[in-house]
Design a protein around this ligand. Structure first.
Ligand SMILES: C[S@@+](CC[C@H](N)C(=O)[O-])C[C@H]1O[C@@H](n2cnc3c(N)ncnc32)[C@H](O)[C@@H]1O
Length: 252
């Protein structure tokens, strides 16, 4: 389910070699689970993931072409395309992109899927009205670097939108959530995906390591975005964060 290994590198010194090694492990893990990724996403989230992506699209104002980074099999990319925006899904896993392209062709959407590393996006500055990532930034070997890239390719006045997991603050809810997340989900996910990397054991680990909503909002502001807002979904197990790139004359 929208999973990821590794997690953030916040708080430790990272060499270029670490970053490349981590990225390679992440990519091969997603390559391996691509065929069952959508099915397990829907199953393990009890179908909530569809609603979460719908909310992302509803919360972001149409602002021109969309770039969806860490697009995976394109569920968010295709939702933006369904709203009528020219949408580009970028990911470094070819098997995930292939599924995205097949779904796009089936649905007849105006979407393109390109192989790209989120840390070195092959797009010029200020090219997109909306730059999104659903359950993606948690996977990046360099979280801040990835968010800087997203902000770089956003147009002035455009938005950067991030959908991510967090752990709920309410202690009772947190206990139930952790029981499901740490025990049930890895067993079912690893079994049904046939993952040889134990891919679904990484999901809880990466979420627990990932900075919470307040820290993530601070990083978005730190990469130059303004009016950063956070919307909690499903009792706070998922957050949408939206920041706006300053328009002309809105210097910070
Ligand atoms: C958990 S999936 C999310 C997919 C999709 N956005 C969704 O909502 O289901 C994370 C995706 O991020 C991709 N990814 C991770 N690190 C990346 C990087 N550095 N550059 C490009 N894609 C990356 C993986 O290949 C994977 O497809």
């Amino acid at each position: 389910m929208c999973l990821a290994p590794g997690g953030t590198t916040l708080g430790r010194v990272v060499t270029e070699r670490d970053t490349l090694r981590e990225a390679g492990a992440i990519r091969s893990m997603f390559d391996g689970i691509a065929p069952r990724y959508d099915f397990l996403n829907h199953l393990l989230s009890l179908n909530r993931d569809r609603g979460w992506r719908d909310r992302v699209v509803a919360l972001s104002a149409p602002a021109g072409p969309v770039l969806d980074v860490c697009a995976g099999t394109g569920d968010l990319t295709l939702r933006f395309a369904a709203r009528g925006e020219l949408s580009v899904g970028a990911d470094f896993s070819e098997p995930m992109l292939r599924i995205g392209r097949e779904k796009s062709a089936r649905e007849g959407r105006r979407a393109e899927f390109v192989a790209a590393d989120a840390l070195h996006l092959p797009f010029p500055d200020r090219a997109f009205g909306t730059v999104s990532a659903a359950f993606g930034v948690r996977n990046l070997a360099d979280l801040r670097g990835g968010l800087e890239e997203m902000a770089r390719v956003a147009r002035p006045g455009g938005e950067v939108v991030v959908l991510e997991f967090t752990t709920p603050e309410n202690p009772v809810l947190r206990a139930v959530y952790l029981l499901y997340f740490l025990i049930v989900l890895p067993i079912v996910g690893n079994l049904l995906s046939g993952s040889r990397d134990g891919a679904y054991s990484y999901l809880p680990r990466s979420v627990l390591r990932f900075p919470g909503r307040a820290r993530l909002a601070a990083i978005l502001a730190g990469v130059g975005l303004m009016d950063v807002r956070v919307v909690d979904l499903s009792l706070g197990i998922v957050n949408v964060l939206i920041g706006r790139k300053p328009g002309a004359g809105e210097g910070r």
